[in-house]
Design a protein around this ligand. Structure first.
Ligand code: GLN
Ligand code: ZN
Length: 765
């Protein structure tokens, strides 16, 4: 009988119960209710998996904040600023420390910074980054895992303990001295072995170690560390089943490493590495089982089950049923919980989708058919076939006019009319800006009143005219505010947008939005990505009305704000039936139309934000050039029709440009703004080294904290920027949008920022 396995389940709950419980606990300091909600969610999610016949149900995948943080705590990898000893989150004191590591805080009047965050592989989930000293001691703290295992056993759950594998854990941590964390593998595995011992003693029948590092370019030290680490874990696990899971891509050049591991099963991702089954089966040593990741844990499209069933059958014929498990491609953490919560969605579209719960149904159907019990799932299989056929032929998906337009894209469309030097002259004549022009990144504080206004409009409590009038009032206030402050390039404030991607998704055909489709981003935070299901068209202008109203209130240049095509793709669920490059170009053409309309309405500066350009970078170096090619082309296509005298800006939210600097140059934006203050302008080195030819606005105010920057630090940052980059092409701006800030600190900080630009101007004279 084919065994069905799962690698992880979403934690927040279908109504984000965990989020609300966490936020209540953080406010009140009372953890009892949070623990009860968490236990209820675990029990509910286990039951839902058991009801679908899942035979390896993950235990330990649940987290009150993040699984890398959990792993660090379970292995005693706690930086000294949080107290020297490891701790146990089952105690209230331990849980407080756990949240301190996650969120930072105040200890005896001293500010304690949390662990850094980084994206988990190429997902939009943020892990915390454990900090390891060169002499880092590790020690197992198994109490939480043991207690969850006991809970699961009590509920009759066929448990498999889900842990971050030691090599992946180390590679996704950082060493405080900058050294290679893999060097700590001996001590780490010793603690991992203690953990396994404790879980074995508590009756754990199976373990699954996430070693998704195996789908990336392995360093020689990482490669060399695998065999020994797993020999020790294998021994500790005794007769428990041991699986090593590699998600988010194909094993590629690491196939030999994975196939040499002394474990029972290796899990492979056949969604992201399709067609790789044969090579894996050929390399597999006798006796090693394969867990086949055949349904997508990253995207929401319902599986086309017939080809999947063929694949699994092929593996079963070759390996025998004992040696094959079927599973999602990766943990279901990256999917919303349950499609049945989307009762407002168009039923046709809904029939094409599968969230986490529906993925488990797919596994059940696959296993039944492969085991020869097709009769029991005949109706579901027929329904699956009908849905696949309806999606393939739907006119809501395929719009020939859009296809023709994409086919007619020429290279010239993705280039501005003249090179930057010519454009810059025209723009300077047109805009007549001073040196060190001051501006902001787009959004202004999203106060509770603004949020309430949008919600009242969404809920139909106020009519369109009232909504418009109130938004216009907010815009007018913000324009007047910026004039008072003496900013040079103004913005309208983005008050009409809840989210920079959803706003455009709501206004484009081919997009759908969900009501409960939340996916965890980090801790209590979720995002609700729109779904790109069909060819994209812009039925009417999306931003022109607000921008032109704002522009009418001032003689200063008004900068229009758009979200770029790469970011729109990256933060949506993207269709899987055509290359991403084509979808990106469709979005780019819609944005290009918006650019044309803005220009026709007299707008002379347009910012196209691409904060997600870098995070779309493929995990493997060999795949990066192809991605950057289509990504930069899509950006240039969206901006390409802007006449020379119209200044195109872009914005990115990070400071780490080394590996994409050529692509940044390739975007050919007239001005780029980005984060720089925290890295004290070091990022400019990348731009200087590359002779970055266009204008640049390294953020001098770090908006991620409520702190108001003082004159001395702004002067120092600006001076450093001038030393590195010269004065000619520098802009003065904060490092990101202000939507999360309050008006008070915004006012003070922008006053300081404008004054700093004035001082920099007078230093030039
Ligand atoms: N224009 C957006 C804003 O100001 C940019 C946000 C972002 O970079 N994530 O909010
Ligand atoms: Zn930003």
């Amino acid at each position: 009988m084919t065994v069905t396995a799962n690698l992880g389940f979403p934690r927040l709950g279908v109504r984000r119960e965990l989020k609300w419980a966490l936020e209540r606990a953080w406010r009140s300091g009372d953890h009892a209710e949070l623990r009860a909600v968490a236990a209820e969610l675990r029990a509910r999610h286990w039951k839902l998996q058991v009801d679908r016949g899942i035979e390896r149900v993950p235990v330990g995948d649940f987290s009150l904040y993040d699984h890398m943080l959990d792993a660090a705590v379970a292995l005693g990898a706690v930086p000294q600023r949080f107290g020297t000893d490891g701790f146990d989150v089952l105690t209230d004191e331990g849980l407080e420390r756990y949240f301190l590591m996650a969120r930072g805080g105040d200890v005896g009047g001293v500010a304690v910074t949390p662990l850094e965050m980084t994206k988990w592989f190429d997902t939009n989930y943020h892990q915390l980054v454990p900090e390891l000293r060169p002499d880092q001691p590790f020690r197992a703290h198994p109490a939480r895992l043991v207690s969850e295992l006991e809970e699961a056993h009590g509920a009759g759950v066929p448990a498999r303990v889900a842990l971050v594998g030691p090599i992946t854990f180390l590679a996704r941590s950082k060493r405080t001295d900058g050294g290679d964390p893999i060097e700590l593998v001996d001590a780490l595995v010793a603690a991992q072995v203690e953990l396994v011992d404790a879980l074995r003693a508590a009756g754990a029948p199976a373990f699954c170690f996430d070693e998704s590092l195996l789908v990336t370019d392995l360093s020689p030290t990482a490669r060399a560390a695998f065999p020994e680490a797993y020999a020790r874990i294998r021994e500790a696990a005794g007769d428990a089943e041991v699986t090593v899971a590699a998600s988010f891509g194909a094993l590629g050049p690491n196939l030999d490493v994975a196939m040499g591991l002394p474990v029972d099963f290796v899990h492979i991702d056949l969604v992201r590495g399709p067609g790789r089954l044969d090579e894996v089966m050929a390399a597999r040593p006798e006796g090693l089982g394969l867990s086949l990741g055949v349904v997508d844990g990253r995207n929401i499209w319902r599986s086309d089950l017939d080809p999947v069933i063929d694949t699994v059958r092929r593996a079963v014929e070759r390996l025998g049923p004992e040696q094959v498990q079927v599973a999602p491609s990766c943990s279901l953490l990256h999917l919303p919980v349950d499609l049945s919560a989307e009762d407002a969605m168009d039923p046709r579209l809904r029939s094409w989708l599968a969230f986490a719960t529906e993925r488990l149904d797919e596994l059940r159907i696959i296993a039944a058919v492969v085991d020869g019990d097709e009769g029991s799932v005949a109706a579901e299989l027929a329904d699956n076939r009908a849905a696949a056929a309806s999606r393939r032929s739907s006119t809501r998906v395929h719009d020939p006019a859009v296809g023709a337009r994409v086919a007619a894209i020429t290279p010239a469309m993705a280039r501005r009319h003249s090179p930057y030097a010519t454009r810059a002259r025209r723009q300077h004549d047109e805009l007549a800006l001073p040196v060190f022009p001051t501006t902001t990144i787009g959004s202004f504080p999203q106060t509770p009143e603004i949020r309430r206004l949008r919600k009242r409009h969404r809920d139909g409590d106020i009519d369109r005219a009232t909504y418009d009038a109130e938004l216009r009032a907010a815009i007018a206030d913000t324009v007047a505010f910026q004039e008072r402050l003496g900013l040079d390039v103004l913005v309208h404030g983005e008050f009409e947008r809840t989210d920079m991607v959803e706003y455009f998704g709501d206004r484009l055909e081919g997009f759908a939005t969900t009501v409960n489709g939340w996916v965890q981003s980090y801790g209590s935070r979720g995002v609700k990505p729109p779904i790109i299901f069909g060819d994209i068209r812009r039925p009417s202008p999306m931003t022109v009305e607000w921008i032109t109203y704002a522009a009418s209130l001032t003689n200063k240049p008004m900068k229009a704000m758009l979200t770029g095509p790469v970011t729109i793709l990256q933060w949506s669920f993207v269709r899987d039936d055509q290359p991403e490059a084509i979808t990106a170009n469709q979005v780019a053409l819609a944005l290009r139309d918006e650019v044309d309309d803005l220009v026709a309405a007299g707008i002379r500066i347009i910012q196209i934000d691409e904060p997600a350009l870098r995070e779309g970078l493929p995990l493997r170096a060999a795949d990066r050039a192809a991605y950057l090619d289509w990504a930069t082309e899509a950006f240039r296509l969206s901006a390409g029709s802007a006449p020379d005298e119209v200044q195109v800006h872009t914005h990115m939210c990070y400071a780490d440009f080394g590996d994409i600097i050529d692509a940044i140059v390739d975007l050919d934006a007239d001005v780029i703004s980005m984060e720089a203050s925290r890295s004290a302008m070091e990022l400019l080195d990348d731009f200087v080294a590359r002779d970055y030819p266009n204008e640049i606005g390294p953020g001098i105010w770090d908006i991620h904290s409520p702190r108001v920057p003082d004159d001395a630090e702004l002067d120092a940052l600006l001076t450093r920027a001038v030393e590195r980059f010269g004065a000619e092409r520098l802009w003065v701006n904060p490092d990101c949008g202000l939507k999360t800030r309050g008006w008070e600190e915004t006012t003070a900080s922008l006053e300081h920022l404008v004054a700093a630009a004035h001082r920099a101007r007078s230093r030039l004279r």
